[in-house]
Design a protein around this ligand. Sequence first.
Ligand code: ZN
Length: 236
Amino acid sequence: MNAEYREKGFFSFLKSLSAPLLEFLFPSRCPACGAYVEKSGDWCPACLANAVRVRRLPIEGEHRKNLEEAWAFGLYHGALRELLIPLKFKRKRSGIPAIRSFLEEAGGALHREDWMPGVVVPVPLFAEKEKERGGNQTEMIFREWMEAQGWVWRRALVRTRATKPQFGLSAPMRALNIKDAFALSEDARLEEIAGKNILLVDDIMTTGATLAECARILRSAGAASVSAWVLASDRA
Ligand SMILES: [Zn+2]
């Protein structure tokens, strides 16, 4: 029996175990401090409270034309950053339960019962990149939680070409990098956009140039307003 085969056998053996037994064999740990927690995805209360930094982000002049406001749930730093990087760049989904717990805590702090977006639109990846990554990480993070709030999730935008990561580019280069990089998708229904308040979602906001460009497309399709929520940002 070769090693690969043995490994496969071991994983299918693990899969056959019940959740409580797995928890006993491989106890879950807080993603920030490593303390034992009750179940997979849990944080210890102090670390979770520390990671949640719900705040309104500053939007630069030009971007304000189409993007009304932007909110972040946490800092792109520490445990949250460590959870996002493997998901974003290495297709590793093991951090998703902890990210969802974080979202529930932080999203609960921001979400007001009397407020509801007309439709939620994720910032799209270029189709090839999404295929390569096995999905859009923004969708993996937010969709289930937002649909549980009764909100309509619509992939109304597409990325029309591959873009460089915005991180590390100068402001003019960022603008150039994403200019005309988005368009309405075939799934977009104009009646769901025109006259509606759209909530854009993304995993990380750096300068807001990407969000503003997406907002511009949605506004030109008739959206009444576009605001954005991101999981994390390094902006104070
Ligand atoms: Zn902890």
